[in-house]
Design a protein around this ligand. Structure first.
Ligand code: NAD
Length: 438
């Protein structure tokens, strides 16, 4: 699938709405007249009076009214339930069909729904979206709104060829994902899973200076952060509280202003006597990061060969894993195929590294015969069910500034209701803006 950071990217693209934007666009949590709340009854009349009252600056509302007059409703198919945001879209007058099962619908069903003439498609990372889907929606499909920040399931080149904007839910899951990666690192380092099993299985009979085992502190250690985008930087902020030294690696965008700020915080903490040793942070090359780190945390998009000058597919393989210290730990909350799982299982079996904690896999859900399930490595391999963003507000808040559901629905609304004067390049949640540049 085509995806990821375009090679020409020099700066992170804008994904936050400004306060000014919020005033100008039609919002999920407002009714069509621009009022918050649930005044849907008799809305048609309210809308007409509001439009007259506010005048020509409410272009979006005029469009909404026009659509009402023409009795045209936006039809949307969602491949999964995104909670209350669905109700809010229905209250806006959208005709919404939601795939009722928790697992992903077959691709043939998505094609069939798109062919039936929907205006918008709500997807998630499990749904393959490519030329077959765009062809099925030719002439009618206007937007694909993805509830996830990663979009490696969407073929960007195909979307661009068919001129279909697709949106994602960056930023609102940044902190939840970063903290989960941090917790995974701690769980792994202190072997908490094994320790709890000992307790539950009645194998804990005494307190002893070094039995049943000792593990490594996180505090004061060196962590390599691979990919210093939104989540990588948020992860670093968590590491600061644990006095960790930070090696940053990102071939596409180095955020030196951020690094300078973190160093200033370290300097201040040291100057004020909060820490004995002064912490440090710096950008280094990939190999140096791997060789020096006690922990390596991965925060890159999945970029396959041909999609980027620096692809991330199997970035961690036998060669790169063998560069890590035998005492080091690897944490991956990015995408499964960034790590060659067969190579990782080998590295764990042969103790090239001390442990790994994974949230994402080459194939999800993790197959029953995965080498990562080898009982010989259970005590040093933590396996989570693609869970890093699974926090209540992060996943389901209908506020586009807080929740993935809200941001996903707002991305859909922006395109369908021609927010930002219909200029796709100004819509903050659209990913493939390059296809619409004049
Ligand atoms: P982002 O685009 O802000 O950051 C990604 C960074 O990786 C960018 O700075 C980019 O320059 C860098 N990068 C690209 N190629 C690289 C390479 N070869 N080596 C090192 N760095 C490279 O994205 P983000 O919001 O921080 O999200 C990162 C990824 O995390 C997403 O693409 C998604 O796949 C994954 N994710 C997973 C979960 C989860 O539930 N496990 C949740 C959120 C995001």
């Amino acid at each position: 699938m085509g995806s990821g950071v375009p090679p020409e990217r020099a700066q992170p693209q804008r994904t936050q709405r400004t306060a000014e934007d919020a005033k100008k666009v039609t919002n999920l949590n407002q009714d069509a007249a621009g009022e918050t709340g649930r005044s849907a009854r008799g809305r048609g009349l309210v809308v007409f009076s509001r439009v007259r009252a506010v005048g020509a600056d409410r272009v979006e509302i005029n469009i909404y009214v026009l659509r009402k007059i023409m009795n045209k409703t936006f039809r949307v198919f969602a491949t999964c339930d995104i909670g209350e945001a669905i109700d809010l879209l229905r209250k806006r007058g959208y005709e919404l069909e939601v795939y009722p099962h928790p697992e992903a619908p077959p691709k043939s069903l998505i094609v069939e729904k798109v062919k039936s003439g929907i205006d918008g498609l709500i997807t998630t990372l499990r749904d393959p979206v490519d030329a077959e889907i765009f062809e099925a929606g030719k002439g009618r499909l206007k937007v694909v709104a993805q509830i996830a920040v990663g979009f490696d399931n969407i073929n960007r080149a195909d979307a661009n060829r068919y001129k279909i904007p697709f949106t994602h839910t960056a930023d609102v899951l940044t902190e939840a994902t970063a903290e989960f990666a941090f917790f995974m690192m701690g769980t792994l380092a202190r072997k908490m899973w094994t320790a709890e099993h000992l307790t539950r299985e009645n194998q804990w009979g005494y307190w002893h200076p070094y039995l049943p085992f000792l593990r490594d502190e996180v505090t004061g250690k060196t962590v390599a952060v691979i990919g210093t985008g939104r989540i990588g930087l948020a992860f670093i902020k968590k590491c600061v509280g644990f006095d960790m030294n930070v090696l940053c690696y990102d071939p596409a965008y180095e955020n030196h202003a951020f690094v300078k700020t973190i160093q200033e915080i370290y300097d201040l903490r040291h100057a004020r006597g909060l820490v004995r040793e002064e912490g440090w942070i710096k950008y280094v090359g990939f190999e140096e990061a791997l060789r020096q780190a006690d922990f390596v945390s991965v925060h890159v998009p999945l970029l396959r060969e041909g999609e980027s000058a620096t692809p991330t597919y199997h970035l961690f393989n036998e060669k790169t894993l063998s560069l890590m210290k035998a005492t080091a730990y690897l944490v991956n909350t990015s995408r499964g195929p960034v790590i060659d799982e067969a190579a990782l299982a080998l590295a764990l079996r042969e103790n090239w590294i001390a442990g790994a904690a994974l949230d994402v896999y080459e194939k999800e859900p993790l197959p029953a015969d995965s080498p990562l399930r080898d009982p010989a490595i259970t005590d040093r391999c933590r396996l989570m069910p693609h869970f890093a963003s699974a926090a209540r507000i992060t996943r389901l808040s209908t506020d586009p500034d807080k929740g993935m559901a809200g941001r996903c629905a707002q991305g859909l609304i922006d395109v369908l209701e021609s927010n930002y004067g219909g200029d796709v390049t100004k819509m903050p949640y659209v990913v493939n803006k390059e296809a619409f540049a004049k």
